[in-house]
Design a protein around this ligand. Structure first.
Ligand code: KG4
Ligand code: ZN
Length: 335
């Protein structure tokens, strides 16, 4: 089954051609980082306008790179939510138009379930597993029993982990998006230099809270004379605080549910220090942890193709009335 997958939930315009929900024939991502950098965050109106400009060349590019023609497609999978409605609607509208014109089935996919299933583009992981999505918009733990069976165990009460990276980078004058810049700076710093707080909430809580550590960095900057040479230590200490909480909550979920397997996804999962620390701690406890390659952790359409394939395989379809969902409280079947 050859699927065209489209992803436009935030500021990346992405399209991919996926065979049998596994084999990536092409996966193109057009980043809008340059557009939003000067505003220090994603400007929704600008994001949708740039999606409109980029989406057709990106979809055509995905077909060309895969050396496939329109007539060879068997279906269209498109991110339905959660995300920015104006951005989502661009991908959904084009997905509908292509499916309608070619007489193909159309299916809307949950972006977060897409992140969780990106791992299957590279390797098999037996179900059940604990899934952790740490991105710019979400930080959530799931109990995943199948491609279309993920139940939410806990989410962030305030900022997402990636959002905290972005905001702290902004306060430190490092630009947008913050994750990669902080990671690079942190490599030269001491993660134990400043004891920024870790919000574990109650001992067995699987919820997150990252606004406290963000505020602690702001207070530190206000109460100390910070020079350029202090930035690596601040970045490393902040990053370590976020990583410690993510690792410990995911391991707690694995132990609580007695499932010795964790899959980590979302933009923050591309962080090398996070991957290294998680692997160390998981190995000590006999837990197997899997991370997709960094380019499959950040937003892409290939991951949407994985979920789309399993939905279509089960006979699921969406109609022309399908609308974007800015929030998607319970992902149910991954759509
Ligand atoms: O999954 P993603 O590409 O988009 C969303 O669905 O949000 O995640 C983007 C987020 C941004 O907040 C970005 O700062 C963060 O992931 N991020 C990182 C790294 N690369 C991206 N955070 C920490 N370390 C990184 N290397
Ligand atoms: Zn994402």
């Amino acid at each position: 089954m050859l699927l065209l997958a489209i992803e436009t939930s935030c500021d990346d315009t992405a399209a991919a051609l996926i065979e049998d929900g596994k084999k990536v024939l092409s996966s193109l991502v057009s980043s809008q980082e340059e557009v939003h950098r000067r505003y220090g965050g994603v400007v929704p109106e600008l994001a949708s306008r740039h999606h409109v400009r980029n989406i057709v060349p990106i979809v055509k590019g995905a077909l060309e790179e895969a050396r496939k023609g329109w007539g060879e497609l068997d279906g269209v999978a498109v991110t339905r939510g959660p995300g920015l409605v104006g951005s989502l609607l661009v991908g959904i509208s084009l997905g509908k138009a292509i499916a309608y014109a070619l007489g193909l089935p159309l299916v809307g996919v949950n972006h977060l379930i897409g992140h969780l299933m990106a791992i299957f583009l590279e390797r098999e992981v037996p179900f059940p597993f604990i899934g952790l999505v740490a991105s710019g918009g979400h930080t959530s733990l799931y109990l995943v029993k199948g491609y279309l069976d993920a139940s939410l165990l806990g989410a962030t009460r305030d900022d997402a982990a990636g959002e905290a990276f972005d905001k702290v980078a902004k306060y430190l004058g490092l630009g947008y998006p913050g994750g990669r810049v902080i990671e690079a700076l942190a490599r030269k710093g001491d993660p134990g230099a400043i004891p920024f707080p870790r919000a574990y909430l109650s001992p067995d809580s699987l919820e997150f809270s990252f606004s406290g550590v963000k505020t602690a960095v702001v207070q530190f900057l206000r109460s100390h004379r910070v020079a350029e040479r202090d930035l690596p230590d601040i970045a490393a200490s902040f990053q370590e605080a976020i990583i410690d909480v993510l690792v410990s909550k995911a391991i707690r979920a694995a132990e609580t549910y007695r499932i010795p397997r964790v899959v980590v996804a979302g933009g923050v999962a591309s962080n090398a220090r996070f991957r290294e620390k998680f692997e160390e701690e998981a190995a000590e406890r006999g837990i197997e942890v899997s991370f997709p390659s960094p380019h499959l952790c950040t937003d892409n359409a290939a991951m949407i193709g994985v979920v789309g394939y399993h939905l279509l395989l089960k006979g699921r379809r969406d109609g022309w009335e399908m609308n974007a969902l800015s929030r998607w409280p319970s992902p149910g079947e991954g759509r």
